[in-house]
Design a protein around this ligand. Structure first.
Ligand SMILES: [Zn+2]
Length: 447
């Protein structure tokens, strides 16, 4: 069987080849060149971003006989032995299956023996946070007084589970999730080398689904190839990954702006019919509103990870939502995500959540309120705000003229209703304050 999965076939053999962690490989290479070697390293970060790979390259480089500028040569006896999984000086331990004290005791015995071919005896412990408290204590003793030749490299996805006493004895490196474009570039390389034709949108789908983990992206890529062959387009990928259509998220934000309640039920049905995961959906929706927020704050799409076409759609939101409203929406969606995880009826909860989102009143800040009262144009202000939201979103969804004008008249005639609307947006502490301000300014008495 000569088929090798992409993640293995493309596993980097030098620091230079590591994708998206340049800040770490550069520091480590310099340390090797300058012979400033620590006895213990801690590699922390999400899964699939290159922690174990970097640990292996570092171990190889430390024992390499013709190390070039901090890089392992991959040709000498030591490098070759490691690449063929036959090194006796570089020992890889899986923390999850060797977590007990007995195994750590064996390791401590092993540490005492000098290396055979290389300069160091190197222990790579993956998923080190899985060790028991007893094991950590035993390990700590070795770390306090390590033999000259011993080097430890720990890797973990859960650094907060590693005792501080261990962390403080290590040189710590925090690995980042890999950026969308870096993942896409790597996939393009793989596709070219394998003679696979794949479009940009399809690559974006895969890279987004992998959520910063290159290894996941490579596995998804393999899956897509075995499903769709050598010519892949985005529809195949969307179908295979059962991806949530981005447009649905835009439909929701439009519905929020247009107070289109029916959309809540239509979208909830769509999620159900497509078999999309409700939690994934709400996470995607949170990201969508986060994207809108960044577009409004930055007035461009530099913080949005998406295709050009989608970025263009985001730009249309520049003059729509107010920042405090978006923050409230994002907070509300976070809360909903937690509730969905324990809900017995996710479909119903989603309908309620979406209706609530669409029904949310816009925030009025105290400064705005005071300014408008001072200028005596409070009711018109509400009207103006509605007009602004509506006119800027008209290109997306036509809102019934009737409802719009009805609302206008309401805003003009019923001052009390508008005031209580604002009340409902304020916290308990703010209401007495606002009443005091209004009284101070000689405004209308509020109930
Ligand atoms: Zn070598």
């Amino acid at each position: 069987m000569d088929y090798v999965v992409s993640a293995r076939k493309w596993r980097p053999k030098t620091f230079e080849e590591i994708v998206g962690q340049e800040h770490i490989s550069k520091t480590i290479k310099n340390a090797i060149v300058n012979n400033r070697i620590a006895h213990a390293y801690l590699f922390a970060g999400p899964r699939g971003v290159g922690k174990t790979t970097t640990a292996r390259i570092l171990a190889k480089a430390l024992n390499c006989q013709n190390n070039i500028n901090g890089e392992p040569c991959n040709k000498c006896e030591s490098c070759k032995a490691f690449n063929e999984s036959q090194s006796i000086d570089i020992i890889e331990i899986d923390g999850a299956s060797n977590r007990r004290i007995e195994e750590i005791r064996t390791l401590r015995e092993n540490v005492k023996y000098a290396p055979t071919t290389g300069s160091y005896k190197i222990f790579i412990i993956d998923e080190v946070h899985m060790l028991t408290t007893e094991s950590f204590n035993a390990l700590l003793k070795t770390l306090e007084e390590p033999p000259e030749h011993a080097i430890f490299i720990f890797a973990t996805t859960d650094v907060h589970k590693v005792p501080l006493t261990i962390i403080s004895r290590c040189q710590r490196f925090d690995f980042r999730r890999i950026e969308l474009d870096a993942i896409k570039n790597q996939l393009v390389k793989i596709a070219e080398s394998d003679g696979v034709k794949i479009d940009d949108q399809a690559l974006t789908f895969i890279a987004k689904k992998a959520d910063g983990a290159l290894r996941d992206a490579q596995s998804l890529f393999d899956q897509v190839i075995s499903f769709g062959g050598k010519e892949i387009d985005s529809t195949v990928v969307a179908k295979m990954l059962n991806l949530i259509d981005d447009e649905v998220y835009f439909n929701i934000s439009d519905a929020v702006l247009n107070k289109d309640f029916l959309e809540a039920f239509e979208i909830s049905k769509l999620i159900y019919d497509n078999g999309w995961n409700y939690i994934d959906f709400i996470m995607g929706l949170t990201e969508h509103f986060r994207n809108i927020l960044t577009v409004i704050l930055k007035q461009d799409t530099s913080f949005v990870e998406a295709t050009k076409q989608i970025k263009k759609m985001y730009l249309e939101y520049i003059d729509t939502f107010k920042e405090p409203d978006l923050l409230r929406i994002i907070t509300y969606l976070n809360k909903t995500e937690r509730e969905l995880k324990i809900s017995q009826n996710q479909k119903l909860l989603m309908e309620i959540a979406l209706s609530h989102l669409i029904g949310m009143e816009s925030t009025t800040t105290i400064t705005e309120l005071v300014k408008n009262i001072q200028e005596g144009n409070f009711p018109e202000y509400v009207e103006k705000k509605n007009e602004k939201i509506n006119s800027s979103r008209q290109m997306h969804k036509k809102r019934s003229e009737q409802t719009f004008s009805e609302e206008k008249t309401e805003a003009k005639t019923e001052t009390h209703d508008s005031v209580s609307n604002i009340d409902s947006n304020l916290s308990k502490d703010e209401i007495p304050l606002i009443k005091a301000i209004i009284n101070e300014l000689g405004g209308k008495e509020i109930r």
